[in-house]
Ligand binder design. Structure first.
Ligand code: HEM
Ligand code: HEM
Length: 176
C-alpha cells in the first residue's frame, strides 16, 4: 500500500488521519453531550479531563493532517455528474476542517478564560486572569460548531452513499 496520495487514491497516512479522526469524533461528540448532563463530582472532573485530552489530541491530529496535505495534495481525479459538484465536495471538506478547529480552539479558549491551567500534552499553559463573559461566549461557539459538524458529516456521508449507489463510481475505494 502506498504511503503518499496519488492522482486517484489517498495514501496510507491520509487514510489513517481520516479514519482515526472519524473514530475519535464518533466517541467525542456523544461523550461531550453526556458530560454536560452529569452532576458535579470528582468523577465528572476526571471525565472532563479525558474529554479535554481527547479534544486536544484531535486538534494535533488535524493540524498534522493539514501539514501533510500541504506537502502531499489530495487526489485530483474527480468524476463530475452535475455542475458545481466538485466545488460542493471541496467546500464540504474545507468546512469540516474549519469546524474541527472551531470546536477544539473554542473548547481550549473556554477553559483558559475560566482561569484554568490546561494540559496541552507537551506543555501546560494558562492565562493568568479569568474572563467569564468570554468563557461563556466560546462555550456557545463550542456547542454550535458541534451541531454544524453533525450537519456537515451527515452531508458528507449522504454524498458517499449517493456516489456509491447512484453514480456507482466506487468513491470509497479512494480512502479505504
Ligand atoms: C467524523 C466523520 C468524518 C469527517 C470529519 C470526515 C472528513 C473528511 C475530509 C476532511 C475529507 C477530505 C480529505 C482531503 O482531501 O483533505 C474526507 C474525504 C472522504 N471521506 Fe470523510 N469524513 C468523515 C466520515 C466519513 C465516512 C463515515 C465516510 C464513508 C462512509 C467517509 C468517506 C470519505 C471519502 C470517500 C472521502 C474522499 C472524497 C473525495 O476525495 O472525493 N468519510 N473526509
Ligand atoms: C473535536 C473535539 C471536541 C468535540 C467533538 C467536543 C464536543 C463537545 C460537546 C458535544 C459538548 C457538549 C456541549 C453542550 O451541549 O453543552 C462539549 C462540552 C465541553 N467541552 Fe468539548 N469537544 C471537543 C473538544 C474540546 C476541547 C479541546 C476542550 C477544552 C480544552 C473541550 C472542553 C469542553 C468543556 C469544558 C465542555 C463542557 C463540559 C461541562 O462543563 O459541562 N472540548 N464538548
Amino acid at each position: 500500500m502506498q504511503v503518499f496520495n496519488n492522482y486517484s487514491k489517498y495514501g496510507l497516512l491520509a487514510k489513517l488521519f481520516h479514519w482515526a479522526t472519524f473514530i475519535a469524533l464518533l466517541v467525542q461528540v456523544p461523550f461531550g453531550f453526556y458530560l454536560v448532563g452529569l452532576e458535579f463530582s470528582d468523577q465528572r472532573i476526571e471525565l472532563e479531563n479525558v474529554h479535554i485530552l481527547v479534544g486536544i489530541t484531535i486538534f494535533y491530529i488535524t493540524l498534522t493532517r493539514l501539514i501533510w496535505k500541504f506537502f502531499n495534495p489530495s487526489p485530483t481525479e474527480n468524476k463530475s455528474f452535475f455542475k458545481g459538484q466538485v466545488l460542493i465536495g471541496k467546500a464540504n471538506h474545507i468546512l469540516l476542517y474549519l469546524c474541527i478547529f472551531a470546536i477544539t480552539i473554542s473548547g481550549i479558549l473556554k477553559k483558559l478564560y475560566m482561569g484554568e491551567n490546561l494540559n496541552f500534552i507537551f506543555f501546560k499553559y494558562g492565562f493568568e486572569k479569568d474572563n467569564f463573559v468570554l468563557a461563556d461566549a466560546y462555550y456557545e461557539v463550542h456547542i454550535y460548531a458541534n451541531y454544524l459538524l453533525l450537519a456537515l458529516v451527515a452531508l458528507h456521508v449522504f454524498a458517499v452513499i449517493i456516489h456509491h449507489f447512484i453514480f456507482k463510481d466506487k468513491i470509497l475505494n479512494k480512502i479505504t
